[in-house]
Design a protein around this ligand. Structure first.
Ligand code: 6PG
Length: 464
């Protein structure tokens, strides 16, 4: 007897997951550092109250759990989590499972897994996507941990997960940090997708001069075509909303300085360590950083020369194509990082399954991911998404739009760092003979670094 799972941390995500679990018939013990949150949370759970047991101390919390125990931490994944692990370890027994459902740096997850493994316990890094709404009614979850912990926990996760045509959006992706790594890359793609949306909004606002609600209507129309996705729907809603205080469109009174908690940056750091470069994600992280240099930008706006061509409106259809092409490219780059990590860490990541569990529940859920999943199940030359037949078809129909939008933006002086990055990468990847031969020549010229010849791979030097 006892609760099937304990949820520690009753913030937005923790309380939503606890209610989701209770609603699916699981008894849940709940606790929180600020103990005064616990009773009101349980009392406010309505009919689900009977499935919840509040515990004020860690000892009571652990004692309320059935063995082998499952503890889900929904707290910030930095030092607070390490402190909690230290505190709870002596109360747990071999065979118990500790889950971190926050956005953690997968390197920390690997370290924590090792520590717990030494004590005979299982540590799970669980990526949870979908925000508060997802956590309450169906998130997408990326599980990294031992087979035993998966066997212990998956019935609960499958019950509470979002469903795509009945298929639960949760999977055992690999050991230790695999789940958190995949969640990190999910967020990297999320950053790129949001940046693409923001750039297209900027073009319509500054180029075409459209008011926010009119731009919202464009996103609304896109929400049912090949761009069908949560973020496009969200953009439409955000752009159509009005500010109660001024009556202006809400977006017009929001400062243009973007926050970030770190997952986008981690994606880049890990990509670079793996010898990869996801320039669409880089552009998105960079654009957020630049956005906070408000004072500089305000001054530069009056001092630095801009574009020379008119920024008049581009056809909606052209913008839509540019969006689709850039979205495909950002996904291709994200999956390329996943496949490099899979090799490096020996995870055997199932990329098709990852695309499948991203089809519902998570922030980047989209019609495109269904195509991506199919592409990974089929013929994939060089393991690269952009070469899959279905993806190539979509690129063929959309890359022209991306080219037009980037050229137009360059002429008009409208910044499109992410769209531009996508096009630069695309053109680099389809160039059978690039220009790195000159880089090699220069390296040899000033540093005698040597090069391979087109007619002989060995290590050669030029007679400069
Ligand atoms: C999700 C989101 C979620 C959160 C991000 C926001 O998948 O549900 O990605 O994890 O909204 O952490 O990240 P930034 O604050 O860095 O934009």
């Amino acid at each position: 007897t006892g609760a099937r799972i304990g949820v520690y941390g009753l913030g937005t995500m923790g309380s939503a997951l606890a209610l989701n679990l209770a609603e699916h018939g699981f008894d849940v013990a709940v606790s929180n550092r600020e103990t005064e949150w616990i009773a009101p949370f349980v009392a406010g759970a309505g009919a689900l109250r009977d499935r919840l047991t509040g515990a004020e101390t860690l000892a009571d919390f652990v004692a309320a759990l059935a063995s082998p125990r499952t503890v889900l931490f929904m707290i910030p994944s930095g030092p607070p989590l390490d402190a909690m692990i230290d505190a709870i370890l002596p109360l747990l027994s071999p065979g118990d499972t500790v889950i971190d459902g926050g956005n953690a740096d997968f390197n920390d997850t690997r370290r924590r897994s090792e520590t717990l493994e030494r004590a005979g316990l299982h540590f799970v890094g669980l990526g949870v996507s979908g925000g508060a709404e997802g956590a309450r009614h169906g998130p997408s979850m990326m599980f990294g941990g031992s087979g035993q912990s998966w066997a212990q926990v998956h019935p609960m996760l499958e019950a509470i997960a979002a469903k795509f045509d009945g298929d639960p959006c949760v999977a055992h992706l690999g050991p230790d940090g695999a789940g958190h790594f995949v969640k990190t890359v999910h967020n990297g793609i999320e950053y790129a997708d949001m940046q693409i949306i923001a750039e297209l909004y900027g073009l319509m606002r500054d180029g075409a001069g459209w008011p926010a609600p009119a731009i919202g209507a464009v996103f609304d129309r896109w929400a049912t075509g090949p761009l069908d996705s949560f973020l496009v729907e969200a953009a439409a809603q955000v752009l159509r909303a009005a500010d109660a205080r001024t009556g202006l469109p809400m977006v017009d009174v929001i400062r243009d300085a973007a926050g970030q908690k770190g997952t986008g940056r981690w994606t880049l750091i890990e990509a670079l360590k793996l010898g990869q470069s996801a320039n669409t994600i880089e552009a998105a992280v960079g654009a957020r950083a630049w956005s906070s240099e408000t004072a500089t930008r305000e001054e530069a706006a009056t001092l630095l020369a801009g574009g020379t061509q008119s920024a008049a409106a581009l056809p909606e259809d052209t913008l839509q194509q540019a969006f689709l092409a850039a979205r495909i490219i950002a996904h291709a780059q994200g999956f390329r990082i996943l496949s490099a990590a899979s090799v490096e860490y020996d995870w055997s990541l199932d990329l098709a399954r990852i695309a499948e569990i991203w089809r519902a529940g998570c922030i980047i859920r989209s019609a495109l991911l269904d195509t991506v999943a199919e592409a990974f199940r089929g013929d994939l030359p060089h393991d690269h998404l952009i070469l899959a037949p279905a993806i190539r078809d979509r690129l063929a129909g959309s890359i022209g739009g991306l080219r037009q939008v980037v050229a137009h933006a360059a002429g008009a002086g409208c910044p499109v760092p992410c769209l531009g990055a996508a096009l630069a990468w695309y053109d680099t990847m389809r160039q059978a003979r690039g220009s790195a031969n000159l880089i090699q020549g220069l390296r040899d010229y000033f540093g005698a670094h040597g090069f391979a010849r087109t007619d002989d791979a060995g290590d050669h030097h030029g007679d400069w």
